[in-house]
Design a protein around this ligand. Structure first.
Ligand code: GN1
Ligand code: MG
Length: 374
């Protein structure tokens, strides 16, 4: 008997049939909705008699990722690169790279009868993730994980990977999109909406800071993860050490600053990005120091003076950018991020703007931390 939990958007039989395409050994015993992703549909598949008990099955949102085959191509290239590198120079602690699983016909994805794009990835055994940071030592581990991720791909030329999501983390593009949406929408001007409108309007010029630095050669194009938020870091359940960074769809050429900003905006917000109490959201500088120390313990070798000079701006910008993306999506009628209710994206935007404000009010402290840890 299959046990299928919380699968609303797919018929049970359909998901089992798709999971079976990727099941080379054993039988599908259970499938459940998995994680809290805002874009793709993710399921954890449990097998009955295989050595590998679980794998992760995902339906890629092709409204967002228009060329999903590029994701799989990138994933194969860089996981292969990292695997070879670790074979040559093994680490002295556990580190795992998710594996792409193939179908019975040796394909890296499966297209179902509706045209949906499905792919499967290995599950990191004996690991778990967290939505919010528990303490300083966990912050160090999250930083280490991002640093290790960057370190292991730092010798792979950026042009080897395709752009899987054009415009991703290009803040001026999000601003342009926001202005276009705004021009077309007649939004109800509640106090929260007015607050967001003013918040964005006050930061229009700042939105260009990282793209300007990229354009003038101050920050080099490198490979990045794209989405290194705290719950994409896997922790060994026994040792509580970070052992992997997952969710590899947006690994592509970009700035490591997008990643540093994203990791800090998600890791240093103890209330979490889904909190309803947006007024009480703040940026925890202790955790910031922990993440940066962990990051630099493995990333120092490839960072330049300019990289440090733009770190504060990256932290501020990516929190602002995510708020802007949520707010624009609220105005557009919730077409990009999955929502549980119509105001969900507005609330998420308010959380990120509160975080941005908290970052701005602690600029001196954050800049001092960056100087101190480098
Ligand atoms: C989206 O789907 P998920 O949760 O992995 C988004 C990220 C945001 C994140 C906020 C491709 O990621 O950029 O930071 O939500 N991914 C995409 O939780 O837009
Ligand atoms: Mg993601």
């Amino acid at each position: 008997m299959n046990t299928i939990k919380n699968i609303k958007t797919q018929s049970k039989d359909n998901v089992v049939t798709i999971a079976e395409q990727f099941t080379l050994q054993g039988k599908v015993a259970a499938i459940q909705a998995f994680g809290s992703g805002n874009i793709n549909d993710t399921f954890l598949v449990t097998l009955d008699n295989s050595q590998e008990r679980h794998f992760v099955l995902q339906r890629i949102n092709t409204q967002v990722f228009r060329q999903p085959q590029l994701i799989m191509q990138n994933m194969c290239i860089f996981t292969e690169h990292v695997r070879k590198r670790l074979q040559r120079n093994p680490l002295n602690r556990r580190w795992e790279i998710p594996r792409v699983l193939f179908t019975k016909d040796a394909q890296d994805h499966w297209t179902d009868a509706d045209g949906s794009f499905w792919r499967a990835i290995s599950f990191i055994a004996g690991s778990q993730s967290f939505d919010t940071m528990s303490d300083r030592s966990q912050a160090g581990e999250v930083g280490y994980a991002l640093g290790m991720f960057h370190n292991l791909i730092s010798d792979l030329p950026p042009e080897k990977l395709a752009d899987t999501l054009e415009g991703f983390h290009i803040t001026p593009r999000y601003l342009q999109h926001y202005n276009e949406v705004l021009a077309k929408t007649s939004v109800q001007k509640t106090p929260e909406v007015n607050y967001c409108l003013q918040f964005v309007s006050d930061r229009q010029i700042f939105a260009h800071i990282l793209e300007d630095a990229k354009a003038t050669g101050k920050l080099p194009l490198r490979l990045m993860h794209g989405d290194p938020k705290i719950n994409n870091v896997m922790f060994d359940t026994a040792t509580q050490q970070a052992v992997s960074v997952i969710d590899l769809d947006t690994v592509k050429p970009g700035l490591v600053h997008y990643d540093i900003g994203d990791c800090l905006r998600s890791g240093c917000n103890p209330s979490g990005e889904e909190t309803e109490q947006w007024e009480s959201v703040s940026f925890d500088t202790e955790l910031c120091q922990g993440i940066l120390q962990g990051y630099l313990s493995v990333a120092k070798a490839f960072l330049t003076e300019n990289d440090y000079a733009y770190m504060y701006d990256a932290i501020r910008l990516i929190a602002f950018e995510l708020g802007l993306r949520f707010f624009a999506d609220y105005l557009a009628g919730n077409v990009y991020f999955k929502v549980k209710h119509p105001e969900h994206n507005l609330h998420r935007a308010l959380v990120q703007f509160a975080l941005t404000k908290s970052i701005e009010s602690q600029e001196t402290t954050i800049r001092a931390i960056i100087q101190d840890v480098k």
